[in-house]
Design a protein around this ligand. Sequence first.
Ligand code: DC
Length: 220
Amino acid sequence: MIVTIDGPAGSGKSSVAKIVAERLSAAFLDSGAMYRAVTLAAMDEGTNLEDQAALLAVLEGKDFNFDITGGRMVVSIDGIDATESIRRLDVTENVKYIARAPMIRSKLVEIQRQFAREHEIIVTEGRDLGTVVFPDAKFKFFLVADPAERARRRHAELAEKGTDIDIAKLEEDIRLRDASDIEREHSPLLKADDAIEIDTTPLDLPGVVEKILFYVSRKA
Ligand code: DC
């Protein structure tokens, strides 16, 4: 059984998907972490991020590991834990180069499908899970939220970690990332025809989780 949760940056997918996975006793697959891991590895190697062949060499030459431990995805590159460093701001800014490289995407999609074969129930989140990776998934959700609300959430998240970034700058970053996700040629951010859209702007985290679990239990 596959549950896909797609949507733009900051729509709440990650937090929601983790809890839904827990509640369904499912394995959780964070596909964005994979794009981030390749980005970080390429940056560390000093790779030209516009050179697809060089990016592919990074993906094939390094040992990427995506494990689930205690319900969360732990990422390592050549045995070194990268779970936190893939969230760095400079990684976020550069991930678009990796996300638009079709050769990288097809390799990562293979890994994502293999993950699904190895687990009975998975909850997975990203941009193209319901459209490209798992078009036959039984449950598909597409989360959206106002850019201003997404910026507010991101601001609160960063403040909790002791970082204070101007909320207007965060909103601008979100709009830029939306544009790059929506406008890319390969596997753009798109709602699958059969996905249920949930606007999370007026909802809190438990509210979104309960909505998803309600749909799942109704159709299971
Ligand atoms: O969900 P996230 O912010 O961790 O994702 C980081 C980037 O990875 C996002 O801006 C676009 C890319 N991505 C993608 O292209 N396809 C996915 N399925 C998941 C993420």
